[in-house]
Design a protein around this ligand. Structure first.
Ligand code: GDP
Length: 442
């Protein structure tokens, strides 16, 4: 699984390697290749598109870290975006309620629903839960018997079969009998169909209505690629899913289903089926999977360390300058970058009087866009102008506005904001610098 995607991405990063600096064009070319790689791995088109847009935006606006190459930085950005796409942390089952908790499994016929019901039951039993399984599949001949056999194999109780009962009645009976007999968890294995159809959906909704499940897990066969994605979006539109279980992750699926599931359903992949045997199920670990796809764990941690070091240096440099009452456009830009990264004013920036106002403006208009605009203006200044903003006359302002694709008015606004901050900084110095201010606050 993921092998060809992994190879393709490796190739993209290989071509970025050894370059001193990455231009925007380099990043865009690389991202076009990433997009093709994702689509070939069966990732749903909108998901691939969003992924690439996000990575491009991050990579283009990124400040270059010392001690790592820009190519390595791109690997880290792609890694983080993959983790994001897969769902950050491992998602748990939420079944800590007054027993019995109800877990309902839904999905197409042959997706591995019945097997997965038994696998999960076995897992929960190992965790000390008293589990009962019930098959609501009255369509497929011998489906209920199949679950009974799995119950015997796993030594998990199954609801006795009553011929002729309909799914809603079976669900009701399962709940009653679980309550009476003190079961912690009831697992409902619902009927599948060959295709998504309305009768199936209505039946599922009726069962969910009377059993009020804590978890409704969609079981999907990862080998079906794009079709798995379609199934997931259909189910998710009709029933309130709480998670996805991907089966046959042991096969040679191209992996796109796994990568698309979260975006398509809005719910995390909770487990992965790794074989036919009843203990071949694993919690789904997004970080591990992302790591395996990229196969570049060392690069990722290298960049993390470099970023942490730079943050530290930045903070120290800033503290020194603040103490001297200095605050030029480079300082403003560093603070804006920090705001972007942390989604709010950082510790040091919080001490600069004008920064709070800037943050309020940003909050009002909507985050990153404003920060990016301010950054674009500062980027269009020459190094001299950045160090000595008093050089900025009308002619220079027009040039900067053109360069940043904004108006002179925008440039003026930024300059005014900077001036206010600088004045505040000078006042601060007169009061004995940061220490003096901290003293006043104490
Ligand atoms: P259902 O119709 O959705 O209930 O599907 P079943 O549970 O009957 O599974 C159909 C087939 O898929 C069975 O032969 C299972 O052994 C097999 N199967 C289920 N999960 C996995 C898995 O994770 N890996 C592999 N290799 N086979 C699986």
């Amino acid at each position: 699984m993921f092998e060809s995607l992994s190879d393709r991405l490796g190739g993209v990063f290989e071509r970025l390697r050894g370059r001193g600096a990455l231009s925007e064009a380099d990043v865009r070319t690389a991202m076009r290749e990433v997009r093709v790689a994702l689509l070939e791995a069966d990732v749903a088109l909108p998901v691939a598109r969003e992924f690439v847009d996000k990575v491009t935006e991050e990579a283009v606006g990124q400040q270059v870290l010392r001690s790592v190459t820009p190519g390595q930085q791109v690997v880290k950005i792609v890694h983080d975006a993959l983790v994001d796409m897969l769902g950050a942390d491992t998602a748990e089952l939420h079944i800590d309620v007054t027993p019995p908790a109800v877990i309902m499994l839904v999905g197409l016929q042959g997706s591995g629903k019945t097997t997965t019901t038994a696998k999960l039951a076995k897992l929960l039993k190992k965790q000390g839960k008293k589990v009962m399984m019930a098959s609501l599949d009255v369509n497929r001949p011998a489906a209920q018997e199949q679950l009974a056999v799995l119950g015997t194999q796993t030594e998990v109780a199954t609801l006795p079969i009553v011929a002729g009962q309909q799914p809603v009645e079976i669900a009701r009976r399962a709940l009653q009998s679980a309550k009476l007999q003190g079961f912690d968890v009831v697992m409902l294995d619902t009927a599948g169909r060959l295709h998504v159809d309305q009768a199936l959906m209505d039946e599922m909704k009726a069962v969910a209505d009377i059993s009020r499940p804590q978890e409704i897990l969609l079981v999907v066969d990862s080998l079906t690629g794009q079709d798995a994605v379609n199934v997931a979006s259909n189910f998710s539109a009709q029933v309130p899913l709480t998670g996805v279980i991907l089966t046959r992750m042991d096969g040679d699926a191209r992996g796109g289903a796994a990568l698309s599931m979260r975006a398509v359903t809005g719910q995390p992949i909770k487990f992965a089926g790794m074989g036919e045997k009843l203990d071949q199920i694993e919690p789904f670990h997004p970080k591990r999977v992302a790591g395996r796809i990229l196969g570049m764990g060392d690069v990722v941690s290298l960049v993390e360390k470099a970023a942490a070091a730079i943050d530290q240096e930045d903070a120290e440099r800033m503290a020194n300058r603040l103490a001297k009452g200095q605050f030029d456009m480079n300082d403003l830009r560093a603070q804006l970058a920090q705001m972007r990264k942390m989604g709010g004013i950082g510790a040091l920036a919080g001490m600069i009087p004008g920064m709070k106002k800037a943050q309020a403006a940003v909050d009002q208009v909507g985050g990153d866009k404003v920060l990016l605009r301010m950054d674009a203006i500062i980027s269009s200044m020459t190094p001299k102008e950045r160090a000595k903003p008093e050089l900025l006359n009308a002619k220079r302002k027009i040039r900067i506005a053109k360069g940043s694709g904004l108006t002179v008015q925008d440039v003026n606004k930024l300059i005014k904001m900077h001036q206010e901050m600088q004045t505040a900084m000078k006042r601060l110095k007169k009061m004995g610098g940061l220490k003096g201010m901290l003293g006043m606050l104490a």
